[in-house]
Ligand binder design. Sequence first.
Ligand SMILES: Nc1ncnc2c1ncn2[C@@H]1O[C@H](COP(=O)(O)OP(=O)(O)OP(=O)(O)O)[C@@H](O)[C@H]1O
Length: 276
Amino acid sequence: MAAIEQNITPGADTVTPGANPVAIDVRIDQIHYGSFLAVRDSAIQIEKGKITGFIGPSGCGKSTVLRSLNRMNDMVRGFSLAGNVHFLGSDIYHPKVNPVVVRRYIGMVFQQPNPFSMSIYDNVAFGLRLNRFKGDLDEKVELALRRAALWDEVKDKLKASGLSLSGGQQQRLCIARAVATEPSVLLMDEPCSALDPIATRRIEELMLELKQDYTIAMVTHNMQQATRVADITAFFSVDISQGGRTGYLVEVGETRQIFHDPREKLTKEYIRGEFS
Ligand SMILES: Nc1ncnc2c1ncn2[C@@H]1O[C@H](COP(=O)(O)OP(=O)(O)OP(=O)(O)O)[C@@H](O)[C@H]1O
């Protein structure tokens, strides 16, 4: 914890040009769930101020890798990671690093909108209170709701339950909750898969706005979505050659290159298959 607290300030600007362009440098040798080898040999540099999309067939480890980036998998029994994950130069798996602190800098938005059963205001204030924020809470809540493009729709009913909102609004509330503590990175695990096309478009537009202030990594099943929002795309596949089903990174590059001029035959086949 000390190392990460000393080296990073909340809201550390992730998008200033110059210096090191990498927010998270991940090198996974192996990830196991118990004795099951879920992911192997996957190294990605998540660049500051960009959206990196993880694509690939079901079970290739996209969510597992994403959740490793803020130690969300720590809560899963049997999970173990060989390799390392550096956030702005700090090893987030260092024994002295507190995973709660990691998640303050690297926030997460899940597939199903999951507002807490409390008011809209309290949902957004939750993380700030947890972190014993001492400043103007009203101001922070408004700022987060504005950043999540939800303020105009909820400003007159902040005391209403977060659960009373539509699915798309609930997801934007979750984004507001995630950005309220001013993380540097947002991890999004299929953030639109439970939403209709209009709400999906709204979240995609929001992501493009958010990347001005945050680094984003997201899992998506939707290839069109990857082409619409991701600057960088990482393609994973599943290796069944050893009798198991182990995910691994096939290639990562600019989204345009991955979709129009992939280096690997596997990527070409997957992209063609998905689009045809
Ligand atoms: N908590 C867990 N315990 C045991 N095995 C798990 C756990 N979570 C995932 N796995 C396994 O790890 C592998 C990778 O799963 P993961 O969810 O990361 O893949 P994915 O590419 O995100 O899949 P999908 O696209 O279907 O969501 C799968 O074989 C899955 O069954």
